[in-house]
Design a binder for this molecule. Structure first.
Ligand code: BEZ
Ligand code: FE
Length: 646
């Protein structure tokens, strides 16, 4: 991990409905009493409620905060502050009111209690931007950061929709630039992803219903987290550009952020692929710049600088101003690069020249499909079907699937069905070769510790193999190296399990099962045994061989297309039933076998790889064999069925 320096400066945050009622308590908590209240026109009603909390004469008001914090206005406010002998600054409003509070705090050293009514995030940063003579300057100092922030969702309920959209995208910009900041760290990454997820989720809901308090609250929380990113790591090209466009061309702050952000993301995408992946994932879109652009335009937000009244003739000047200063950015910045970016943003097309992504239509379609399943009376079926369509729709969206690709998938599945029969199950083979059978097997059978792992059943098991006495040679004279097997079946506490029913089946030396050998009649290399009173089972067979799974059908095509081989590592199958214990279906793999690390159906697990020894000398039961023979010893430990389940 890269070296990290992370510092979070203390600020007190109250988050919750009606928290505006606590302003006076918070002022008292700071040991202050004489407040200057800075308001914005949209917050007059809440401002009156704050005033009402203070005794007569203990609160004065300044109602004239302005965008971009002009120094002239700050000086007027300072006069009011001094005349009132205020010892604390309270601000309620958007960036203008909070900017003015900060400008006063840095000049007087007074504490601030601020109540944001937009999502700009500046309430949690130590940064102040001011304008004088058409030039915006920014400074950062600990005393600029407000001491107490009160997030009251009720203050945001009446925010006009147009402002809601632009202000939320303004917040999103802080989180997006935090993700590719050189100072990004685990904390800011987590805050940024959560902020983008919350904003992407809640904003469309708020646009649908501006008074949806839960969605408004989620949006406000996203803004808080995004603002915290803004106050913690350096911002890049996006913030620089918006700063120039706002300070020198008087473009409105949040609106400018909204138009510019998708284009800056497109510019930075080649240099910050991981940040783009996270932004896209958090927004639920395949591509961050175009997904954000489409989200904004679907929500009726602004998408062009031309519509904001910026003359095309100013683009070169703006690019020169932005390129003329140094600031951190993942992709090197050139004047021509910025001019191209601004030209795109001026015209308002897709960022990076991309095509529109119909994300809103897809989301609406999925919601309809989910609703159509909502009445399925069986709850588990409802859950499984709903989850299935979510994943399928997600797959289609994530991969921007074409009709030709989907038709080819349908054709593949159709042929998978057509090739299946009573003796060939191509769907199971498909599930096996994609590891799905093993995943289901792990979920169902790997829930106890200290027991033998399970492995897939496979298509060659036949129900009810013939009961066979111990010691039998189930190879029935087939050619191959004789294998003597002695296995024990025990409980989790190590006690032998007598009378356990053990079905075994395996391939011959050429990797074929009896059902695949037309010349072989009846069960060969398969049998049903019972363990003796010591839980032991002994029998003879031959060494199994690796073999290919059936690959002359659609599954074979898929393996070839993925450049995968079709081999299973050599193995012997076991299916064991013992009273009071869970059934164990498993396989044992000789250490000497090939394909142990690339088994075509992902059935190999380390504890199932066993040495099939070659001891030489006389056989354990005195059987006469010509040439070498091998021996397999193993202990199967079965999970007890819990008393309640039994
Ligand atoms: C088997 O081991 O018999 C097997 C398992 C999955 C697919 C094909 C064969
Ligand atoms: Fe097999």
């Amino acid at each position: 991990m890269a070296n990290v320096v992370y510092q979070i400066d203390p600020a007190r945050v109250l988050f919750g409905p009606q928290s505006t009622e606590h302003v006076r308590d918070e002022v008292a908590r700071l040991n202050r009493s004489r407040a200057l209240l800075i308001t914005s026109p949209s917050a007059q009603e809440a401002a009156a409620r704050i005033e009402a909390q203070f005794p007569a004469g203990m609160i004065a008001r300044f109602d004239d905060a302005q965008m971009h914090t002009p120094v002239k206005i700050t000086e007027q406010a300072l006069t009011v502050l001094r005349a009132h002998a205020a010892d604390v600054i309270v601000a309620i409003g958007g960036g203008s009111a909070i900017g003015l509070a900060k400008a006063l705090a840095v000049r007087t050293g007074l504490d601030q209690v601020v109540l944001p009514t937009t999502y700009a995030g500046s309430e949690v940063t130590p940064v102040l931007g001011e304008t004088a003579d058409g030039v915006k300057t920014t400074r950062s100092a600990p005393e600029i950061r407000p001491e107490t922030v009160i997030y009251d969702v009720d203050l945001t309920l009446s925010m006009p929709i147009a402002l809601t959209v632009t202000s939320a995208v303004n917040a999103l910009a802080h989180a997006a630039e935090a993700l590719y900041s050189a100072q990004a760290n685990a904390v800011t990454d987590a805050l940024a992803v959560r902020a983008i997820t919350a904003i992407g989720h809640a904003l469309p809901m708020v646009v649908q219903d501006p008074e949806d308090r839960a969605a408004r609250s989620e949006l406000l929380e996203g803004a808080w987290l995004a603002g915290t990113c803004l106050g913690t790591v350096d911002m890049g090209l996006h913030h620089k550009l918006c700063h120039v466009l706002g300070g020198s061309f008087d473009l409105p702050h949040a609106v400018t952020h909204t138009v510019v952000l998708p284009h800056v993301l497109a510019y930075n995408a080649p240099a910050a692929p991981e940040a783009m992946r996270r932004i896209a994932e958090a927004l639920g879109v395949p591509n961050a710049p175009s997904g954000l652009h489409d989200l904004i335009s679907t929500l009726g937000g602004p998408t062009s600088l031309a519509a904001l009244g910026l003359p095309a003739s100013e683009l070169a000047h703006a690019a020169a101003l932005a390129a003329g200063t140094s600031f951190p950015n993942p992709r090197p910045v050139s004047e021509e690069g910025i001019r191209a970016l601004l030209t795109d943003a001026w015209h308002g097309g897709q960022p990076g020249g991309g095509r529109r992504y119909p994300g809103a239509e897809l989301r609406q379609l999925l919601a309809e499909v989910e609703r159509s399943l909502g009445n399925a009376p069986e709850p588990r079926l409802r859950t499984l079907l709903t989850s299935l369509v979510r994943h399928l729709h997600g797959y289609v969206a994530e991969n921007d699937l074409t009709n030709a690709e989907w038709m080819s998938a349908i054709d593949f599945l159709t042929r998978t069905g057509q090739v299946s029969s009573a003796t060939r199950q191509e769907f199971i083979l498909l599930s096996d070769s994609l590891g799905v059978s093993s995943a289901v097997d792990i979920l169902g059978n790997s829930r106890s510790t200290g027991t033998t792992p399970s492995a897939v059943l496979g298509p060659f098991y036949l129900e009810g193999p013939p009961e066979t006495p111990q010691g039998t040679d189930i190879g029935a004279g087939l050619d191959g190296v004789p294998l003597f097997t002695e296995v024990r079946v025990v409980s989790q506490t190590g006690e032998p399990l007598a009378d356990a029913v053990v079905d075994v089946w395996q391939s011959n030396k050429d990797g074929l099962y009896d059902v695949q050998l037309p010349e072989v009649a009846g069960p060969v290399l398969r049998a049903r045994f019972r363990t003796d009173e010591d839980g032991l089972l002994r029998y003879w067979s031959i060494l199994p061989s690796d073999y290919t799974i059936p690959s002359d059908g659609p599954v074979g095509e898929m393996l070839a297309a993925a450049n995968r081989h079709a081999y299973r590592a050599a193995h012997v199958h076991f299916l064991i039933n013992a009273v009071g214990h869970q059934q164990l279906i498993t396989q044992l793999f000789p250490t000497s076998g090939k394909y142990l690390d690339s088994d075509a159906v992902f059935g190999v697990k380390q504890p199932l790889i066993v040495e099939f020894t070659n001891p030489g000398g006389p056989t354990p039961d005195g059987r006469k064999v010509v040439g070498e023979w091998h021996r397999l010893d193993y202990t199967f430990t079965l999970a007890r069925i819990p008393a309640a389940a039994e």
